[in-house]
Every structure is written in structure tokens, then in C-alpha cells.
Design a protein around this ligand. Sequence first.
Ligand code: AMP
Length: 312
Amino acid sequence: MAITVVGSIAFDTVATPLGRRERMVGGAATHFALAASFFDEVRVVGPVGDDFDADARAVLETRRTNTDDVEHVAGGKSFFWAGEYGWDLNSRVTHDTQLGVFETFRPKLSAASRQADVLFLANIQPGLQRDVLEQCEQPRFVALDSMNLWIDIARADLVDVIGRVDCLILNDAELRQLTGKPSLLAAAREALSWGPSAIVAKQGEYGAALLTAGGFFALPAYPLETVVDPTGAGDTFAGGFVGYLSRHLDQLGDEATLRRAMAYGTALASFNVEEFGTDRVVRLEAGELHERIDGLQQMTHLEPTREQEFQT
Ligand code: AMP
């Protein structure tokens, strides 16, 4: 089994109330791979420029992530993003987005990447997501993430590719923007009608909700005293969620399996935000992850309530 992911491989300059870092290794595919590589072999598809040196590649290759389909474009510059957060870490301002080598990138997947059972179309131009999807032979599970930029400038392409995937993972505000529906349930129902069988609405520090034709489930974010840098939390969540499902492909129709996948996504994302960029997840150990899964299970457990507790 393997998971193929296409998405940005980037350098990020990030400012938060707790500090500022220049040109950290980042990108949606990078954060996804760092999380999903706990569960399965991950194969990253995407271009990088001359600036993507051996140290940067080593970050991407954490836990043996395969970079055979990471194309070095000679003379090119890697994707660059700069953003800033205030005290409300749920909202950020983008100062700069430079597509660099992604602007002219035409993916050509190796045979091994085309044969992956699981495909994650991380946040990048919807046209590129479709291109990769069309090259994959018979994926058993395909999930997709996107963002407001692509809803603004490439909505028709985005809706088209959403219609071909099993699961849509999006911020709740973006889900509302995409569907034009003000409530989360109505927005999810609209998106489900386009084709996917599951929608995950990410809600930043408030957690994430799972919506399917027959069910609703929500988990809070794992509570933390200090959040240093939320960048990549969504992609890290997706890596945990999709990574867990890749080990349970025979139980995809089972709501309990999807719920457990939500717990892995939530726990992994909580580590990502504790330090800048990829620093924390690069050195994360499986035992630490399981402790947070147990913690989530305890803190969300609800005893049955009793009718006689109401006055008559
Ligand atoms: P997240 O915080 O999970 O939404 O993802 C943040 C990551 O997305 C950063 O590492 C950025 O490099 C990357 N990113 C930001 N803007 C874009 C964009 N327009 N397309 C693709 N990736 C992006």
C-alpha cells in the first residue's frame, strides 16, 4: 500500500505573536507527508527549485517518505508563502504567494505513484489536482483539500474535481464560501450532492466535524496551553486522517473507522502547532501520538444521562 500526495512543497515565512521565522520548509504536501508517514509509505509529487537543498529534502523524507516524483526544476524557484497571525490564531493574513515552479508544472507520475491505493490532492491549483487524479489507475480512496484562493479564481475546476473524489476536507468558512450555504449542515449536504461520500469541516482551534449522508461527528481540538504556529495544522490533520484510513481500506464505509481517523488527525495536528513549521512533527514518536489519542478518547467520553434527573 502507498499514499500518493500532490500539493505545495514550499518555503514559508511566518510571523505569529510568539515569533517569526524565515523560509522554513513547508507546503501542504510536506505537512501531509510528515503526518501520513506514520501509517504508510507516502509518495510526494511536485516540483521544487534550485533553492530546495539537501536539508530541505531531508525534512520531506522524514519517516522514509518517497521523493522520486519530486521534480527538481533547474533554474526555478520553489513555491513561497508568507503569512502572519494575530492573537486570534484562527485567522491569518497572507502577505505573499509565489507559485514559482508550480506555475508551469505538468505532473508525470511514476508507475509506483500511479498505482497507489490512496490519493491525497492537497491544496494546489485544481487543474493540477485533476491532472494527478487522471493519471492514477484505480485508487480506492481519494481525498481533496483546497482553499479560498482557488474558490475565488478557479471555482469551476474545483467543483469538477470535487465531484470525482471520495472525501472533501475543507475549513468550515471555505465550505460555506464554496457552496454559498450559510449553515455547516446545508453546506455539507450541498457538497455531498456533488459526489463525495464524506466531508470533513476543519474548524481551527475548535476542532473538526465529519459529515456523511447518514451521520455527524465532531471532535474538539486537543487542548493546549500554548500554540506557537498554526501553519500546516490542516494538512497535518489530513495526513493523520487519510493515513489512518489507508490502513483500514476495507472498513471505509464504517462510521466508527472514520471517527477514529478523525482522532488521529486531531492528535497529529495538535503536535504540529506546538512549534514553528515542521519542527515538532519531524521528531514526533508514535508513543507520544498514542498518549494524545487516549487523552482525546477520555475527554470526549459522555456517560448516558438519565430521564429522572429532570423535574416533573
Ligand atoms: P494550512 O495551514 O494547513 O492551511 O497550510 C499551510 C501551508 O499551505 C503552508 O505551508 C503553505 O506553504 C501552503 N500554502 C499557502 N498558500 C497556498 C496556496 N495558494 N496553494 C498551495 N499551498 C499553499
